[in-house]
Design a binder for this molecule. Structure first.
Ligand code: ADP
Length: 953
């Protein structure tokens, strides 16, 4: 039990958290626990008390997780594992170690196939293969050598080999165990899924599109393993990579609305049905939670599978028996768990697969493993809608992050086969970085691409916000349906006002009641006519049971939210308090508001957020902004629109103030810092939709912090645009901490407008490359306040060092540069040294986990000789030997300000340490030189420690 371990290993754990003397490991662990909902903000502030000793804070944390119970303790160990050094092998490589005997046995008979798989994935070279297959070795020795080499190559190679073995075992099992009637059922299931998944469903208004023609790979990331840097493909979703709980059967793919979750599942269905992927599963059952909402009967699991996916022509019981006996050969997929009316609960346990129950109860029992244990369940959801209770039952979680910049390129080219049009559209998107940021979201990329004519025709007025993009498609569809009588002005809106209100009412009522599929009677109630349907925003729901009449849904849930927002802005029939209620959902008592009925118990308690209401509120902000208010002139009474706009501004202001009030008072002499709570980034995005500087200024007028912490907040380029728009109005310069997000190069560019107000910028683990750094520095050197940067664990190479060097030469007030865990070699170090030589302000320099070697260390050491400002230098894990150590000794001697020198995990021998000892005799200011894990025997360590107590081994 993890809880016992927290008790028994207390001193080791304290050591893990505090031995470095830095608060960072403790903070990082708490960040992860906060992000996973295991700690509340209040817990966080109780533990992290500034001015109290690090060990005391760490002890408080251990007491707290222990008191919270087993789940919190498990989460604590996961978090601790995550933050440990990169030398710790990745999770998959660890599996190679723990399962070694079995793997050696498996591999002996199929070495050729395994090597072929490694070659194909480019993890092995031909030479590696020749090495393994040397005839002097027995097959088992060859298998062991193969595992050693795979381990040394890291997680992606380990993954290939584990997948290969898994596949082999499954093929074998399938060959021996699949009965005939099952194969017949499999064939029927495959052909039904093939028919359902070949075309993409949201192209209703504009014709069907084959998924093969349009599918573009999205970015997948593991939620619990920031260190896994390899590319994750579709098969990795169901593979062992990134497993955090081996007992659990449920894999979650989470992503924002429109990030492509449904499309990704559809792709998996199609590939399985074709026999092109996931072939380790004999049966795949696809479900949409949206559609499950309309199942009102109580069903058994057997009925659920057969009635909703594919009915067996005969031998039902045998087929179900096969599923029960071979759970590992079956996968069930549930799309959009967030759209299920009920939120996850594990109160009612079912154990019998024949026991009928309401569908949501079946679903929850499947996810937590009470039913069909061993069957893999793959679920998609928006992250805000997943509470801590479900998280306990997850095998792993992956984030779907939408398109990469290359993905946008590829998608637009697939959309526009005419290469001239494609390159014009791309040029126009790239010319507007805010729009480029928006296009990382596939649904927005799709809309922009649909509206290419409008886009190319709008000159400087290209869309900047999400509302702009949706207004563009509104105009596009409406004008497509009936061209405007007069082409000037916003008359297109007035001409279609009635239709908009009909659809708006339907959407609004749907958002209120968590309804996303509408029957003809719902359409009638809202007066939606055939002509309104023809506009293209509604599409017919596919694959509904034959006894039901036609059903409709909006092209995408975000489109429904947009229409709901139009209704809130334009209709006289909404309650006067609707706007306020939309923004104040987190206040107590909101269950009595009109939106109360669409909130689950978890949402009402504030455990999870209500993403559709948040999206609707974001659109309301955009639609009521000054820029768009002229559109409503002839459509709604101006005083009413003005009143609603004022209400929105008041709500945003109030929402921000609530966040600021939560900032704890700093201990005297310490910095005042604010950790963003859930909802903060959303409020910032709402303010950005309005794009009125005075609102941003007003919202921040009472914020008085030195440090703004936005770690693990799912911040991508779009959020960066909004943050920069708002934060540039900070009253005084602050540190902005964006570690562990998905900022990327595009996001970095979006942040530039607020760089002048940024004292320090923390961008650890954010997928940033040299190009992003080039742009950041070009702006950074013009900003007086900008003094610190942390870029740990990005994708930086030597190519960025010339820019950093330029920064060091130019900015004589720059204080801290942290570049750990990137790919900087001796060449890059030499470039950096040129900048360091001319700099007279730098205090902290961190290069942990690069590859600068001896010659890089020599260059850095010589550049820092005589520095009067350097306090802290880390060259941990850089392949530095005694030559480097000797060079650093000169720096030690001549650098009066230096306090800590970190040389852990290098290859320094006794000779190198001796020169450091000598140098230390000339510098009494140095507090410690860290030398753990170098090339010294225990006797040498003993001897050196006796000579100099400031050496730490
Ligand atoms: P989510 O389920 O996350 O809300 P969807 O999968 O419904 O998002 O995606 C919304 C729209 O974005 C799709 O209808 C499609 O037009 C586009 N889209 C999403 N993912 C992809 C993809 N991988 N390739 C091509 N288009 C995509």
């Amino acid at each position: 039990m993890a809880q016992d371990l927290v008790l028994k290993q207390r001193s080791e754990l304290l050591n893990d958290l505090c031995a470095s003397g830095l608060s960072e490991p403790l903070e990082k662990v708490m960040d992860v626990l906060l992000a996973r909902g295991e700690l509340s903000w209040e817990d966080y502030t109780n533990v992290s008390v500034q001015g109290r000793s690090l060990y005391t804070n760490a002890r408080h944390l251990l007491d707290l997780v222990y008191a919270k119970g087993e789940a919190a303790c498990q989460a604590f160990f996961v978090a601790l594992r995550q933050i440990q050094t990169p030398e710790d092998p990745g999770p998959v490589t660890r599996t190679l170690l723990t399962q070694r005997p079995g793997l050696v046995r498996e591999l002996q008979g199929c070495l050729d196939g395994a090597l072929e798989a490694l070659l194909e994935s480019e993890c092995f070279t031909q030479e590696d293969c020749r090495d393994i297959l040397l005839h002097i070795h027995t097959p088992s020795q060859q298998a062991r050598r193969l595992l050693d080499l795979v381990s040394s190559k890291g997680d992606s190679a380990a993954n290939v080999i584990l997948r290969y073995i898994e596949q082999k075992q499954n093929n074998l099992k399938q060959e021996t165990t699949t009965p005939k009637e099952l194969l017949k059922y499999q064939k029927k299931l495959r052909s039904s899924i093939l028919a359902q998944s070949s075309f993409i469903s949201t192209y209703g208004g504009t014709g069907h599109m084959s998924l093969d023609d349009i599918y573009t790979e999205g970015k997948l990331e593991l939620a619990h393993d920031c260190k896994y840097q390899g590319h994750l493909g579709l098969e990795d979703i169901v593979a062992m990579t990134g497993t955090v709980n081996e007992e659990a059967d449920t894999v979650l793919v989470s992503g924002d609305a429109g990030s492509g979750k449904s499309t990704l599942l559809q792709r998996l269905h199609l590939l399985w049905a074709r026999g092109a992927a996931l072939q380790q599963f004999v049966l795949l059952f696809p479900f949409s939670c949206r559609k499950l909402n309309s199942e009102l009967d109580e069903l058994s699991v057997q009925e659920l599978l057969f009635r909703h996916c594919c009915w067996p022509d005969c031998e039902q019981d045998e087929i179900f028996r096969f599923i029960l006996d071979h759970p590992h050969l079956v996968v069930i997929m549930f799309d959009s768990l967030d759209e299920l009316k009920q939120s996850f609960s594990d109160e009612r346990r079912l154990c019998s697969p024949t026991q009928p129950a309401p569908v949501h109860v079946l679903l929850f029992n499947l996810l937590q493993g009470s039913l069909l244990k061993g069957v893999l369940k793959l679920v998609t959801s928006r992250p805000e809608a997943v509470g801590p209770m479900l998280r306990m039952h997850l095998r792993k979680e992956l984030f779907l992050k939408g398109f990469s910049p290359e993905g946008i390129n590829c998608f637009i080219k697939k959309q526009h086969r005419d290469s001239l049009v494609a390159s014009k559209v791309l040029a126009s998107i790239q010319a507007n970085t805010a729009l480029f940021g928006l296009c990382h979201s596939p649904v927005l990329c799709w809309i922009v691409s649909q509206c290419h004519k409008e886009l190319l025709g709008c000159g400087d007025g290209t869309p900047q916000t999400i509302t702009d993009v949706y207004l563009m498609i509104l105009q596009h569809f409406l004008q497509h349906q009936s061209p405007p009588k007069c082409s000037r002005g916003p008359s297109w809106l007035k001409d279609h006002l009635l239709g908009i209100l009909h659809l708006g009412k339907l959407a609004f009522q749907g958002v209120e009641s968590s309804c996303y599929i509408f029957a003809s009677t719902d359409l009638d109630t809202c007066c939606v006519t055939d002509q309104d349907i023809c506009a293209g925003f509604l599409t017919q729901t596919k694959d509904i049971p034959s006894h039901q009449s036609l059903r409709y849904e909006f092209l995408h849930v975000t489109m429904q939210c947009f229409f709901a927002a139009l209704y809130i802005v334009l209709s006289n029939n909404t309650n006067r308090s609707t706007v306020a209620e939309l923004f104040e959902l987190k206040d107590v008592g909101f269950s009595s508001t009109c939106f109360g009925s669409c909130l689950s118990a978890d949402q009402q308690q504030g455990l999870v957020e209500a993403p559709n209401l948040q999206i609707t509120a974001t659109f309301v902000c955009g639609l009521l902004s000054q820029r768009h208010r002229h559109l409503w002139l002839d459509c709604a009474p101006t005083p009413t629109v003005e009143r609603k706009a004022q209400q929105v501004v008041r709500c945003l202001h109030k929402g921000m103030q609530k966040h600021f009030k939560s900032i704890p008072k700093p201990v005297e002499g310490e910095k005042k810092s604010m950790h963003a709570m859930p909802g903060f980034v959303w409020l910032v995005k709402c303010i950005y939709e309005m794009r009125e500087s005075n609102i941003a200024e007003e919202a921040l007028s009472k914020l008085d912090v030195d440090h703004l912490k936005l770690t693990y907040c799912n911040i991508g380029p779009v959020e960066c645009t909004a943050l920069a728009f708002v934060l540039q109005h900070l009253r005084s310069p602050a540190g902005i901490q964006l570690d562990n997000n998905s900022v990327g190069d595009v996001g970095v560019e979006q942040l530039l407008p607020c760089l002048h107000i940024c004292k320090s910028l923390y961008l650890r683990n954010n997928n940033i490359t040299d190009e992003g750094i080039r742009k950041l520095i070009a702006k950074g050197i013009q900003c007086d306040n900008f003094q610190k940067i942390a870029l740990f664990n990005n994708k930086l190479t030597d190519a960025c060092t010339q820019h950093i060097s330029h920064l060091l030469k130019t900015k004589q007030n720059f204080l801290s540069l942290r570049l750990g865990n990137n790919c900087i070699t001796s060449e890059g170090a030499k470039q950096l040294a040129m900048g360091l030589e001319c700099n007279h302000s730098l205090m902290y320099l961190g290069l942990w986990g690069n590859k600068i070697g001896d010659s890089g260390a020599e260059a850095i050491a010589s550049a820092l000789e005589g520095s009067k400002t350097l306090v802290w230098l880390s060259l941990v894990g850089n392949g530095v030997g005694s030559i480097g150590a000797r060079a650093l000794s000169k720096t030690l001697k001549t650098c009066p300000s230096l306090e800590d020198l970190w040389l852990t995990e290098n290859c320094i021998t006794k000779e190198g340490v001796e020169s450091l000892v000598q140098a230390l005799q000339h510098n009494k200011g140095v507090k410690s030189v860290w030398l753990k894990n170098n090339l010294l025997s225990p006797e040498e360590v003993e001897e050196m420690t006796q000579q100099e107590s400031r050496l730490v081994f």
